[in-house]
Design a protein around this ligand. Structure first.
Ligand SMILES: Cc1cc2nc3c(=O)[nH]c(=O)nc-3n(C[C@H](O)[C@H](O)[C@H](O)COP(=O)(O)OP(=O)(O)OC[C@H]3O[C@@H](n4cnc5c(N)ncnc54)[C@H](O)[C@@H]3O)c2cc1C
Length: 497
């Protein structure tokens, strides 16, 4: 018999009475988990992991309507959710299905790019087979958007921006589901292709979507490469170009275009009095601004361009008139929308938000506390670009946040001897990397009332760490090499990224 979410068959057990007692010895010796019992509603003596995560308040089962037509995800067996038994032991702040209590902790990750992959790697290393990781990621190759503008300048580099995912796991019991999360409850996630995947801990690492060309065209690599080809050819042919938005993306593109002398006239429209934003020191903003002006860039500052409501403003590439709020009007052959990303968080709308507002209304970024838990949800984390922590969103930050959450889960598992639920175990605080981040976390935490005083790990400002002043990077080759390495490949590209 196969366990519902495990690939391997279970070893035969000699003494069934030892089943619960031996869980952690069994796991720490890195064997396959015990098979559990098919009839999951049967009440049994809680084992240590159950004690750790707390016991059920309700043995709520899914209504048949709710589950109709959906499949429970299982890498090895394809069976209807009707045979699935939801969590037996739950608490307000943590639940572990009986399946998991008999095996490893089920950690579900939404999004398999920088944040999700660093998290997976670190967690595998820390917890080994004590966790069962499932990643939900629609793409089979991840798109390295940080170097998207290098492919606008040279489309031949675009083929290197797609990194295969197949070598991501060290342990074969972990798996990836190539689909999109469409709905999240506090017990399970539903995917676009009809799977229902239960979790004990959920990590949302679904990032954000930037305007074209910094996003994939659908899920199609060939089409996305064709878009880069188009941008490359038409940028070279264009005389006038406008970049709308002079934040880090717009500034990076401007620096690249001016260096390559891609067009005769380049204008940047930015809604602040200086290029970039408050995440960068004023001296650096001045420096970059002077550089752009000295290289021939025209700046329209403290003004906003009016974007026509197209699906992808600026694409298909064609000549357009651009008008601004202050009444300026000019014609350009090509327009780049660099107005910033929108978070990929739609799937959270089914979570109960009556007590806490968990999503920033304008752009959909997820509100988290210092532990990177979604406000009001102890066992759901949001890491990387998708959370609403202000400051510069970068791969390094995604990695730091991944590490924080992985250590929290590691600690939860290791506190197995304490008669306690997760709400009594101190999670790890993310080392806050700038003042803007501090302010956003502080605001988020105002809304979150912690019942357990042990959660108070001191003053929030004690968590601030000093980081180097940020700069705009136009050389991405080392980042790209690292991403390939993370995914088990050697980067062999020879272009200028
Ligand atoms: C032009 C540009 C230049 C940049 N330059 C740099 C730089 O020089 N250095 C640097 O460190 N950073 C840079 N960045 C930022 C960096 O790219 C991000 O910080 C990083 O990609 C964040 O990683 P992430 O995993 O949080 O999110 P993402 O990279 O956005 O990945 C999210 C993943 O989640 C998946 N996903 C989305 N929705 C769902 C769903 N519903 N279900 C399942 N999966 C889903 C997506 O397919 C994707 O794979 C740059 C970004 C841009 C746009």
């Amino acid at each position: 018999m196969k366990f519902d979410d495990q690939c391997a068959s279970f070893p035969a057990k000699k003494n069934s009475n030892k089943k619960e007692e031996s869980l952690f010895e069994f796991l720490s010796s890195e064997n396959s988990p015990s098979p559990g019992n098919g009839s999951n509603f049967r009440k049994k003596k809680p084992n240590r992991l159950e004690k750790l995560f707390g016991k059920s308040k309700s043995n709520k089962s899914l209504g048949s309507k709710e589950i109709e037509g959906r499949m429970e995800y299982s890498p090895s067996i394809n069976r209807s959710v009707m045979s699935y038994v939801p969590s037996v032991y739950t608490s307000q702040s943590g639940n572990v299905s009986e399946h998991t209590s008999m095996a490893s902790l089920k950690v579900l990750v939404i999004g398999g790019s920088a944040a999700g992959l660093y998290f997976t790697k670190i967690l595998e290393k820390l917890c080994k087979k004590r966790v069962k990781i499932t990643i939900i990621e629609p793409n089979t190759k991840i798109f390295f958007k940080s170097a998207a503008f290098s492919s606008v300048m040279d489309y031949t580099t675009s083929k290197d921006l797609f990194i295969p995912l197949e070598k991501i796991f060290h342990y074969s019991h972990n798996s990836i589901v190539h689909s999109k999360a469409v709905s999240v409850t506090d017990e399970y996630v539903e995917t676009e292709d009809g799977k229902t995947i239960y979790y004990d801990v959920l990590v949302v690492a679904s990032g954000s979507t930037y305007p074209i060309p910094c996003k994939m065209e659908g899920r199609d690599i060939i089409q996305t490469e064709a878009v880069f080809n188009d941008y490359f050819k038409k940028t070279i042919a264009a005389k006038n170009a406008v970049i709308i938005g002079g934040g880090p993306c717009g500034t990076e593109l401007a620096l690249r275009m001016l260096k390559e002398k891609a067009v005769e006239n380049l204008t940047i429209v930015h809604d602040e009095p200086m290029l970039l934003n408050e995440n960068y020191p004023e001296s650096y903003r001045n420096k970059i601004q002077s550089k752009i002006i000295s290289q021939g860039g025209n700046l329209i500052l403290s003004d906003t361009a009016k974007l026509s409501p197209e699906k992808d403003y600026g694409y298909p590439i064609k000549g357009r008139w651009v008008s601004t709020e202050s009444g300026k009007m000019f014609f350009t052959d090509i327009q780049f929308n660099c107005t910033g990303p929108i978070a990929n968080s739609d799937f959270l709308k089914h979570l109960d938000q009556s007590k806490h507002k968990i999503i920033d209304s304008e752009k959909g970024f997820i509100r988290v506390n210092r532990y990177l838990q979604i406000i009001g949800y102890d066992k759901i984390f949001a890491i990387g670009d998708v959370n609403n922590i202000n400051g510069i969103k970068s791969i390094q930050r995604a990695k730091d946040q991944a590490e924080t959450v992985a250590y929290t889960i590691f600690t939860w598992i290791n506190k197995k001897n304490e008669e306690t639920t997760i709400s009594h175990i101190q999670p790890k605080t993310w080392p806050i990397d700038c003042n803007q981040a501090y302010i956003s976390i502080k605001n988020n935490e105002f809304d979150e009332v912690k019942i357990d005083p042990k959660y108070d790990s001191g003053l929030l400002n004690e968590a601030i760490v000093k980081k180097n002043a940020p700069e705009i990077q136009t050389r991405k080759v080392d980042l790209l090499k690292n991403q390939y390495k993370l995914m088990g490949f050697v980067f062999k590209g020879a272009g200028s990224y």
